[in-house]
Design a protein around this ligand. Sequence first.
Ligand code: SAM
Length: 507
Amino acid sequence: MSEPAPFLVDEADVPALHQAVSGIGRAGYCEAAVRDRLGLEDITELHWRNLPIYRDERMVVRDPLALAIDLFLLQGTLTMDEVDRLLPASSRDVLLKTGLLEIDEAGRARVRASLFPIGGRRLIFSDHAWPELPYPGCATVPYDQVMAVGLDSRHLARVTSRKNVRSALDVCTGSGVHALLAASHAQRVCAVDISPRAVRCTRFNALAQGAANLEVLEGDLFDPVRGECFDLITANPPFVPSPVNALQFRDGGSTGEDIQKRIVAGLPDHLAPSGMAQLVTELGERDGEPITDRLRKWLAGAPMDIYVLRVAIHTAAQYAIGHAKGDDYGTFLDSVRAWAGNLRAQGYVRVVSVLVSFQWSSPASSPPWERIYESRPPQRSAGGEIEAAFIAERLARNPELRQHLEGKWLHLADPIALFDASVLGGSIPPKTKATRLGQALSIEHELELVERHVLARMEGRVTVSDLLRLCGEFDAQEAVVIEVIRSLLRRRLASIEVSLGEPTEAR
Ligand SMILES: C[S@@+](CC[C@H](N)C(=O)[O-])C[C@H]1O[C@@H](n2cnc3c(N)ncnc32)[C@H](O)[C@@H]1O
């Protein structure tokens, strides 16, 4: 057992720390290399139960990448000879001096915090993902454990808009992962966390990365940035509806909403007029109550558009069992009872993992709208697709759409996979589902029969007049066709072209 990492560095050692982290990156340690080396479809599949398989099947050759993965991600130990092959002396020394690297009496080296690769080239220090493994072996994980770069962190990072902006804010920053990612496309970034340990970790990461445009502030949500507005706001708050308050990064009160509802309520005061706020969270669902009703209530009438991606659904029972703890049957079952009882008390029948994006509503497309789609979690960057979804929705809501389409081409946002299900017997009409291929988000859209016909007639490119004439062949009224075009544009299955020139995607 060893102390957790202090996340402190002397000023004089900052250049060497920066060099050490850059050197580990240059040795090829990044998200894609880890995924490929461990034979994963996505790095989010990484799991401690597979550790023997990774080590015995994928890391037998102890090259620098295997050594970096073992030491910095899998909580493994290296021999001193392996440390020397992985790290130059200056890197080893600075990691020892900061207390990140430790060498036990048997001469085996371990780290007190993991170094998580995220995206193309970021490496983020945080507390270990599996603190209860024999090493470091915490019997009770400390309340202020800094959250590892986990599934939710990666999902939020992938849907975050990566437009160049003036200012970005990451609330509930933890290790600072989203603030550090934003530091490469925002002129100025603020990162806020209430936990002094998380603040230390984020500052440590900013120094290790040389992110001079990142300011790290300790405080309660928006308190440290009162009166300021930002072009990009990101948040991965504690959101778990929990019968206990054991982990500051996880537990969101018995409803799960204690922190997240205050974040949503704070957006109107802190989101710049053309900004984007993005949140990863879980929400308990009650039958017959759309989750967007709750988001609207928290916004208290502020006119914002809301785009929700449901990326995973857990029944209340699955959720309770997943969170229950106990070393023996009796304790474990008591814990299941407590978690399940809490969800029942809230009326939650399931808990959904969602990625929610907010923008101020534009007067031209008012009233404010909300859309809920289901997608597999993205395995790569999807920020551009989220931005495009807001633009498409506004375009589709243009009351003058018919006139707007004059002199423009309409075409399929190709390629699109269509799944036609013919139903034998009875009078149920055939069902069609359409999915736009080549996207990071895989959203299946159900199509009405008339929508399927109109979509088919957009292969190649057509003007709106052509389309109306073609649709006349199956007796579709002009108003119906225009509504279908709206629906296809909204779902980005169809695009419009600016002029009667070459088609490009209307975003
Ligand atoms: C789920 S973790 C997210 C960490 C990181 N952003 C990520 O995505 O990996 C939530 C973080 O919120 C912080 N937190 C909890 N309550 C807070 C509050 N009232 N104000 C600011 N931060 C808070 C916790 O300390 C924790 O670091």
